[in-house]
Design a protein around this ligand. Structure first.
Ligand code: TRP
Length: 333
């Protein structure tokens, strides 16, 4: 008989709409892990506030769009718990308690904080207590569920290291409450953006999951290709071309070698090559677009999913908090 599944938690900061980079780098992996683990996925709106606290007018709408994207790509609310961080106040309580046992030096040496300090033009009010404490809040997200596994990108590994240090310190000081959560990196195709750099919201070079077929066609028309190939007939270099990198992900494998050969020979021009990519990408995204459109019409369902997710998360987190308060010998309630 199979034992209970290990618990997995991951999260995403709602700072903008999700794009193909998120789909290939994060979401497909999460979807695949849902069978293997007991999964919780959180939309970390408090984390978004650590640097987006001035204009919060878009925050609630972005959270809802991300929830729609998540369900549309196949995160399944029947199996996984999908919830908004700020709907589960236990994260804040645990963050506060963990902050007491977290030496400042652990946070100050974190590369993400060093990046903040290194930005010379950054206004002082952007260097907030909350931003320094970002890893403690993340530790609280993870430890509130005593999660074992945390799938993240490489940039998040320092935060996981701090999480384990905090867990160890707590376990030594009080009772052994927390497992030491392990990061889980995956192997993913690099997803170049429209300008050939890594696809990223801050470069304004992304194709969003919510983009319509026409928007996709229009965006791809303007995509950068091999700079040495100016017109049809010029030999191209698919290995350095961002358009070909996307063909690799979204075009049928049996077309790839033909595209490669015809680009190199010059027979295939960039305009036609990008048109073909656009149609293949639209086909590949069609199931996501269909589910997105349904969810878009049925926002009550999306809010209900998040409401139920918050309830399930609260029950699990409250169980941990009871153990934590007891371990710390806080006055009984
Ligand atoms: N800091 C993560 C990021 O920027 C998002 C996040 C918040 C997270 N809480 C988490 C990731 C808990 C993993 C576990 O990508």
């Amino acid at each position: 008989m199979a034992g209970p599944k290990s618990r997995l938690l991951s999260g995403h900061r709602p700072t903008g709409r999700l794009h193909l980079g998120h789909l290939e780098g994060t979401l497909r992996n999460w979807v695949a892990l849902q069978d293997e683990y007991d999964c919780l996925f959180t939309i970390a709106d408090w984390h978004a506030l650590t640097d987006h606290f001035e204009d919060t007018s878009e925050l609630a709408a972005t959270v809802e769009e991300i929830a729609i994207d998540w369900i549309a790509v196949g995160l399944d609310p029947k199996h996984s718990v999908l919830f908004v961080q700020s709907h589960v106040p236990q994260h804040a309580e645990l963050c506060l308690l963990l902050s007491m046992v977290t030496p400042l030096s652990w946070l100050e040496r974190c590369p993400t904080w060093k990046d903040v300090l290194a930005q010379e033009d950054l206004r002082d009010e952007m260097r907030s207590y909350g931003r320094l404490g970002y890893p403690v809040l993340q530790a609280a997200d993870i430890l509130a569920y005593r999660a074992d596994v945390v799938p993240v990108g490489r940039d998040q590994l320092p935060h996981l290291e701090v999480t384990r240090e905090i867990a160890r310190r707590f376990n030594n000081l009080y009772d052994p409450v927390f497992p030491e959560p392990q990061g889980r990196l995956g192997e993913f195709p690099a997803v170049p953006g429209l300008d050939g750099r890594k696809m990223s919201k801050s470069y304004n070079n992304s194709i969003e999951l919510a983009d319509s077929p026409d928007t996709i066609r229009q965006k791809l028309r303007g995509m950068f290709t091999d700079p040495a190939k100016l017109r049809r007939g010029d030999p191209g270099h698919p290995d350095i071309c961002a358009v070909f990198a996307l063909h690799r992900i979204y075009s049928p494998p049996e077309r790839l070698s033909a595209i490669e050969a015809q680009c190199k020979s010059g027979e295939l021009g960039c305009v036609a090559c990008k048109q073909e990519l656009a149609e293949n990408l639209i086909t590949a995204l069609a199931p996501i677009h269909e589910r997105r459109a349904e969810l878009d019409k049925n926002r009550d369902h999306v809010r209900q999913v998040l409401g139920e997710g918050a309830k399930r998360a609260q029950v699990a987190a409250e169980e941990t908090l009871r153990i934590v308060r007891k371990a710390m010998k806080l006055p009984a309630r």
